[in-house]
Design a protein around this ligand. Structure first.
Ligand code: SF4
Length: 137
C-alpha cells in the first residue's frame, strides 16, 4: 500500500501508485488481485494500529497510473489516470488467496497466460509461450 486515506464513512481506502506504461481494463480492476488482497488485509486488521486500535472497514482501493493521463472529463493531461475497485463483496478474494496458497504448498507453478503476458520480461523463457518452450527432451 502506498497510501491509505479515511473516507467520509471512516473506512480505509487504499491507494497504490503504478509507474508502468500499461494499465488493466475496467473489468480487470474490479477483480484486481493486488487491490483485493490489500482490502482483505484491511478487513483482517492490517491497519488497526494506524486507526487508533479500531478495525476499519475496507472502503475500496485504487490504482493511480502515474505515467498515464486521466480521461479529459476527469482532468486530462494534468492528472494521472485513476482506476478504482469497489469495497469487497463475496468470498472471491479469500478463494483466490486459498488457491494461491495451495499452489505454493503443492509447488504447482504452471504459468497462466493472459493480457499480462504482452509486457512480461520472462516471456522468452516462459514454458507457456512458443518462444520459451523446451527444445531438448
Ligand atoms: S509470459 Fe509466462 S511468465 Fe510471463 S506473464 Fe505470461 S504466463 Fe506468466
Amino acid at each position: 500500500m502506498d497510501r491509505v486515506e479515511t473516507d467520509e464513512h471512516g473506512r480505509a481506502y487504499v491507494v497504490d501508485f503504478k509507474t508502468g506504461k500499461s494499465a488493466p481494463t475496467k473489468d480487470e480492476v474490479a477483480h484486481h488481485p493486488q487491490l483485493a488482497v490489500y482490502q482483505l488485509a484491511v478487513r483482517e486488521g492490517a491497519l488497526d494500529e494506524v486507526f487508533g486500535g479500531e478495525r476499519p472497514e475496507p472502503g475500496g482501493a485504487e490504482l493511480v497510473q502515474l505515467r498515464q493521463a486521466a480521461p479529459k472529463k476527469e482532468g486530462g493531461d494534468a492528472l494521472p489516470k485513476v482506476q478504482a475497485q469497489e469495497p469487497l463483496t463475496g468470498e472471491w478474494v479469500g478463494e483466490l488467496l486459498a488457491n494461491a496458497a495451495g499452489r505454493v504448498l503443492d509447488e504447482r507453478f504452471t504459468p497462466s497466460t493472459g493480457q499480462h503476458c504482452t509486457t512480461c520480461a520472462f516471456r522468452a523463457s516462459c514454458s507457456a509461450q512458443p518462444e520459451g518452450r523446451q527444445v531438448v527432451d
